[in-house]
Design a protein around this ligand. Structure first.
Ligand SMILES: *[C@@H]1O[C@H](CO)[C@@H](O)[C@H](O)[C@H]1NC(C)=O
Ligand SMILES: *[C@@H]1O[C@H](CO)[C@@H](O)[C@H](O)[C@H]1NC(C)=O
Ligand SMILES: [Zn+2]
Length: 435
């Protein structure tokens, strides 16, 4: 990331801070219920096929040339998509399941914006970047639970994290970037095979997903699912987290209707990813202050903190906060195991049997919980940062620029418009600086 984009980040972050208190009244969509395991038999099983043990096919070992050769190395290629995925997308669209709303655009890595007439917090668009919450998406954990997950791996910094987790017998969910799995197969194996952690999807190249066409969304998610499927003995992931938390009704519908995926966002954000940036938006001290506040605070809703296995510093911010999770009595659960659900669409976890024929398990019910609260609560606003994805470098780090934990549940249309205007001013200013 350039210094310029860092300036941009700081500028937009200040803008957001000034508009955050403007609460929106546009709460079209309600929050998530307490149950979010899959309870349907989804046709995704037709898209990722693997024969039974003894089917005579030799599956290439993780990290070998044969293992990676069939995957697009750097971009989410849409020209070599398996026809079955495209057919499934077309069928879902024909059945009216994929909302026909336009792609957003993101300029200089700023929050994506929609064409005039498309309100990001309307029920039609419901942009998670604008903090519109759609039923069925995950933002919170049950009371008393801290749902553990890490984004953007596998990466070299993952080693330190995996050692720590193993030595404390903790399991977490990894929202992996597909191209990073290709680059860091050893870390992938440590997460999945050694630590027996839970693997979920964070797209192939880490873009703002709402800026992508239906076919591009298909490719970003599909290639990542296929690589995870082919590297885990045939498991089909059940959860995905959109980069920057950027999703909307169209994108989540493709994830859900074609691939059976549940969308996961977060309710607290430390900006830990910026610690390794030229101009960090936070410090280790500030993160520990936030962690202290959250971990010693109310236990409802439970915590879904956005964290990254991106740099030694971001990993350390988790390690430093970990003792507080323990001492304050938080129930530490790998995010994909919330509500005691299965981790994959066709397998209970990383070691249990893969069910080849059926996705979802109708017999699987979460344990009864003492009335899980459905009280609407604040979720953390998050800002995307300047994107460096144009470089085409596969190991693109996460850039969710989050800085609000105000009581704002949704941005009002007015504050969004203001943000857009200010963003334009900022962009113009940067243009001047560049020139
Ligand atoms: C994934 O594995 C299947 C075998 O189960 C194989 O047919 C397919 O080609 C693999 N995908 C890629 C992209 O290599
Ligand atoms: C996977 O689930 C089985 C029960 O189906 C359990 O015995 C095992 O400990 C679980 N493994 C992990 C890594 O959670
Ligand atoms: Zn990310």
């Amino acid at each position: 990331m350039s210094r310029l984009s860092a300036i941009l980040l700081l500028a937009t972050s200040a803008v957001y801070a000034s508009v955050a208190p403007a609460h929106g009244s546009h709460i079209e969509n309600t929050r998530l219920g307490s149950r979010w395991y899959h309870d349907d038999d989804h046709p995704v099983h037709a898209l990722f096929k693997r024969g039974p043990v003894g089917d005579g096919i030799i599956y290439p070992a993780i990290g070998t040339l044969e293992w990676s050769a069939g995957f697009p190395p750097a971009t989410a290629d849409t020209t070599m998509l398996p026809q079955a995925w495209v057919d499934a997308l077309n069928a879902a669209a024909k059945a009216g399941k994929i909302p026909d709303i336009p792609q957003s655009t993101s300029t200089n890595g700023l929050d994506p914006v929609y064409p005039p007439g498309y309100d990001p917090i309307s029920a039609t668009v419901c942009s998670s970047t604008a903090k519109c919450v759609t039923p069925g998406d995950v933002w919170d954990a049950p009371p008393g639970v801290i749902a553990l997950s890490f984004d953007d791996g596998p990466l070299p910094a993952s080693d330190q994290l995996y050692q720590f987790l193993a030595s404390h017998s903790e399991h977490v969910t990894h929202f992996f970037i597909g191209t990073n799995i290709l680059l860091y197969p050893e870390q992938f194996k440590t997460a999945f095979e050694t630590n027996q952690d839970d693997i979920a999807v964070h797209t192939w190249t880490h873009p703002y997903m709402t800026t992508k066409s239906n076919l591009e969304v298909l490719a970003e998610i599909g290639w990542t699912m296929e690589l995870i499927h082919n590297s885990t003995g045939g498991r089909i992931p059940k959860y995905w987290r959109p980069p920057y938390g950027d999703s909307d009704m169209r994108v989540r519908a493709i994830a859900k209707e074609v691939f059976g995926l549940t969308t996961v966002i977060w309710n607290q954000d430390t900006d830990d990813w910026t610690l390794s940036e030229p101009v960090p938006l936070t410090t280790p001290e500030k993160i520990q202050q936030q962690m202290t506040q959250w971990l010693t605070g109310p236990k409802t809703p439970g915590l879904v903190i956005l964290e990254h296995e991106l740099s030694d510093l971001s990993v350390k911010s988790f390690i430093d906060a970990y003792p507080m999770m323990v001492s304050n009595g938080w129930n530490r659960v790998s995010l994909a195991q919330l509500d005691a659900g299965s981790v994959y669409q066709n397998a209970w976890n990383s070691t249990s049997q893969v069910n080849l024929a059926k996705v979802g398990d109708l017999a699987a019910k979460p344990p009864a919980r003492a009335s899980t609260t459905a009280k609407p609560t604040a979720t953390t606003a998050k800002k995307p940062a300047s994107s460096s994805s144009s470089s085409g470098k596969p190991a693109s780090p996460d850039k969710p620029l989050g800085n609000q934990k105000s009581g704002a549940t949704h941005f009002s249309a007015a504050s969004l418009a203001l943000t857009g205007i200010t963003a334009a001013i900022v962009a113009a200013t940067v243009g001047t600086i560049m020139a």
